[in-house]
Design a protein around this ligand. Sequence first.
Ligand SMILES: *[C@@H]1O[C@H](CO)[C@@H](O)[C@H](O)[C@H]1NC(C)=O
Ligand SMILES: *[C@@H]1O[C@H](CO)[C@@H](O)[C@H](O)[C@H]1NC(C)=O
Ligand SMILES: CC(=O)N[C@H]1CO[C@H](CO)[C@@H](O)[C@@H]1O
Length: 335
Amino acid sequence: MKWLSLSLLAGSADAALRFGCSTVSIQRLDPLVEPGKIPSAHVHQIVGGNAFNATMGTNIADEATCTTCTFSENLSNYWTAVMFFRHPNGTYKRVPLMQNSALPNGINGGMTIYYTQQDFSSNGNQKITAFKPGFRMTVGSPMYSVQPGARGNPGLRFVCLEDKSTRFPELPTFPDRPCRGGIMTVHHFPACWDGKNLDSPDHQSHMYNTVREAFAPAGPCPASHPVRMPQLAFETLWDTTQFNSMWPADGKNPFVLSYGDELGYGTHADYVFGWKGDALQRAMDSPCMFQACEDGRPLKTQSVQAMNACQVKSQVDEDLDGWLKHLPGQGEVDI
Ligand SMILES: *[C@@H]1O[C@H](CO)[C@@H](O)[C@H](O)[C@H]1NC(C)=O
Ligand SMILES: *[C@@H]1O[C@H](CO)[C@@H](O)[C@H](O)[C@H]1NC(C)=O
Ligand SMILES: CC(=O)N[C@H]1CO[C@H](CO)[C@@H](O)[C@@H]1O
């Protein structure tokens, strides 16, 4: 009898988290790929808990005292590279972040984070296992300068926004024309775990990617990585509109990611798990969808004001907001 009711519980259910996170920091730190290095090679924009640092321990849920995300039990960190505009006169300006639509008003920049089940509308009749304390991973790589192999990664995309709700088409590279509503970058992470390792030397091989375009149903997890975990995804909205009047005469895309990528094949993102206790597992086991998961059903939430108040001070003293002669950390000579 017990088995029967358990298997019924694991039946088909739609459950998904979608929430906003304000910017917690924009600086040159990279605790996964370059731990301890201050400054790291390129600039990142970070959201989530205030335990973000050059070196991060395995128990950030206890180290952080606040988070910039809607769900206050979520002390995880999420980050990506930063977008810059290159003016025809050769200088660079950081592109501001803007909040997504469908989120509470007043969120300061940041990103929209998704934890879905197998796909947007179903768990595919299987248990979705939450990440464990100490879990971390990356997706994509700044080293990719061409379409990475035949497999590519359909989970890493750019969208030319007409307005904040444009979602298609998804492009593998930067748009080749000015976009009326800005540019969105999308990062879908792999969701199949090897069941053993919280991390791996390349921060990727403990996970296996079955991602398809957009939130389309993911393929089954392979025997090497049998554990289905939440499908994590980031949406980042870049307000490129103030630069549309400065589009260069040669018509080439003037936007560049903070490690010098003008095409976008090197787009990448990083994740460090930091939910308190079993909060993420409770959410994955409940049938709630988006806002219905808030206000203690089952997750605790906080106000936009409290989200925006959580900040991490930059440890790197450098100008990121003027018209810069070069991208921070790029094209400098080490003395
Ligand atoms: C980051 O680490 C440094 C050096 O260990 C420490 O002094 C600082 O307080 C930490 N910052 C945060 C926000 O934890
Ligand atoms: C480049 O153009 C920007 C925008 O007009 C301007 O503010 C900046 O001073 C210019 N820089 C140089 C070196 O001409
Ligand atoms: C469950 C839990 O410990 N939640 C904490 C999450 O972080 C906020 C601060 O952002 C605390 O107030 C909560 O107590």
